[in-house]
Design a protein around this ligand. Sequence first.
Ligand code: CO
Length: 463
Amino acid sequence: MIALKKVRFTELVLRDGNQSQLATRMPFSDFADVLPELDKAGFASIEVWGGATFDTCLRYLKEDPWERLRQIRKACPNTKLQMLLRGQNLLGYRHYPDDVVRAFINRAVANGIDVIRIFDALNDPRNVELAIEETRKQGAEAQAAICYTISPIHDLDSYVRLVRQFEDMGATSLCIKDMAGIMLPDQAEELVRAIKAVSDLPLHIHTHTTTGMAMMSLLKSVEAGADVIDTAMSSFSGGTSHAPTETMAAALEAYGYDTGLNQRQLKTINDLLSPLQEKYLEDGSLDPRVLTTRTDALVYQVPGGMISNLIAQLKMFNASDRLEEVFDEVPLVRKDLGYPPLVTPMSQMVGVQAVNNVLGKERYANISREIRAYIAGEYGRAPGEINPELVKKVLGDAEPLQVRFADTMEPGLERAKKDAGPLARDIDDVLSYATFPQIAPDFFAEREKREQNIQKYTIRRLE
Ligand code: CO
């Protein structure tokens, strides 16, 4: 008997699907009932945490992200739980000191995370090394991700070099992360082949349906030897989200792959999700525009989320008619900055600078604080050369930082313990504060008030 070819699935509906279509606004109470069914489906892992989870939970949903994770863990005892971590940036937009990074990973694993997918926006391996080491130390899977981008300096060799560095650092699996959904099927096939030729680590493929390329690229990746693909349940698939889980499973099974998934169980799950889709469409939290295919990125190579940000920024300046100029400016800014991949936070930074350049008196008349820090080396090493004139303009005769930015930072955990205030109840609260000091205190105060109200109400009822 011929052994079946195997491919497994990571389900994204709760994190990236939710983030891409609903700006992560799906509250826990809406998806709690789906969890036990997801747990029975046979996924390699379910992505449940990371990315914008903290920002949205604390700021808008007034949910404790740690409690959310514990509840998911309880409801899904049989499936690996996965999170996305921005390397030294954790889930935020700036670098954190090493002791905060270690403590955060320690607590993420203690609260239930099994797989941590770790990336750096610049693909600077120095910014993922500590996170990989700590993840292994805590007994979780350290998945190192390549931010996929297209530029004159990003060739197969550059990605293969990165893979070798990830292996040396102790990564337990690899991921190609195509946040903009711009990886063409033939590029996917080539890159998977090239990586598989140098590494035996399991390879995961993450892409978005933004440009309509995803299903073709995933199929070609699997044929070329990828081990796991990322998909989202059909009710929250497509557009800025991902390839539909059920569809990819059916297609691959027809080609003789064992996916470990059961179509009946997938239907049970989606029957629970589709009323949520209807509800979000009705209340406006799901904008139908994110559900369609947008091919702009094939020309401009910018992620879908960035396009909507640019439109919003221009609207603020009453300059919506200048979108085409901004689109033309983005690749020029990217070139000046040494071709950073357009992923958080670089995508936002490049977008803002492109708008400044188009609306300002001249290009770089106004350089954002973040771009100045980037040029100074505070985000890591730029993939290519930064325009020397721009470096001179920002740094004068000063040299950019040569060491890792975190090496210049004071330890932060003890200070966060002091500064978090009396409403921080445990180490998890302290870490919420350390990573989001502007919004965590409001959340703590609100939680306190909510619980006092419940108590008062209960006492009144008893009396
Ligand atoms: Co993504």
